[in-house]
Design a protein around this ligand. Structure first.
Ligand code: C5P
Length: 232
């Protein structure tokens, strides 16, 4: 599994998604479909983008009882996506159930990635709202180890955490990292950001890039710049 740039297709309609993808004439970027586009357009948009030849990370962050997650994830795997995710907070029993539901009848399966703690969760909120007293980075690493022990393929994390995750869970455990910005770009609402080149040095396996590509004057050029810096 090589390093790759995943474009976060954060738009709210089929028309906008396809118009954006139409601008790519040479390559077929790996794209992430999140709740916004999926809830707006349903599974049909996944099938349509897949039929155009793109790899898809379907970012729906499942979190429910093990039986429900096992059954639901097998439906999502049936859409022939390449990567799915869930919340590690659902416990190892939920993650193991997800792994059971993941393999398709033909023996293939998408990658399954865990969200540890959302980057919007601060140390203070975790303590006051969730009653978790431990340091945030220790919680993130513990959840990553739970994911690895449950047979998952990797975690979503900051590029700044990629090295630690690889140390704790092994080099082959994937780190999928948002929070990427060009050195000369706007950071928007992201707080701890790194450039694609720095994410590569830090050992990220995939970078997820939204606005720096979607909002660029020339999105195709911005995508190519990411690939050049990150994949080389
Ligand atoms: O536009 P931007 O590059 O910030 O988009 C990053 C993408 O990664 C968005 O789809 C965002 O929801 C997602 N994401 C994130 N931080 C996380 C998990 C997902 O920014 N911890």
């Amino acid at each position: 599994m090589g390093k790759d740039v995943i474009i976060a297709l954060d738009v709210d309609s089929r028309e906008k998604a396809l118009a954006f993808l139409d601008s790519f004439t040479g390559e077929k970027p790996f794209v992430k479909i999140g709740m916004e586009l999926f809830f707006a357009e349903g599974p049909a948009i996944v099938r349509e983008i897949k039929a155009r030849g793109h790899k898809i990370f379907l970012d729906l962050k499942l979190h429910d009882i093990p039986n429900t997650v096992r059954r639901s994830i097998s439906i999502l795997a049936g859409l022939n996506v390449d990567m799915l995710n869930l919340h590690a907070a659902g416990t190892k029993a939920m993650m193991e159930a997800a792994m059971e539901g993941l393999t398709r009848p033909d023996g293939t399966r998408p990658l399954l990635i865990a969200v540890t703690q959302l980057t919007s969760t601060s140390q203070e909120r975790m303590k006051s709202d969730l009653l978790i007293e431990k340091p945030l980075d220790q919680v993130v690493m513990h959840y990553a180890q739970n994911a690895a022990a449950s047979g998952l393929d990797g975690v979503v994390c900051s590029p700044l955490e990629s090295g630690k995750v690889h140390e704790a869970c092994g080099k082959g455990f994937l780190t999928v990292t948002p929070g990427v910005r060009f050195a000369d770009g706007d950071i928007g609402d992201q707080v701890r950001v790194t450039t694609p080149a720095r994410a590569k040095e830090l050992g990220s396996d995939y970078i997820v890039v939204g606005r720096p590509i979607l909002k660029a004057d020339d999105p195709v050029a911005a995508y190519r710049r990411c690939v050049e810096e990150f994949v080389g």
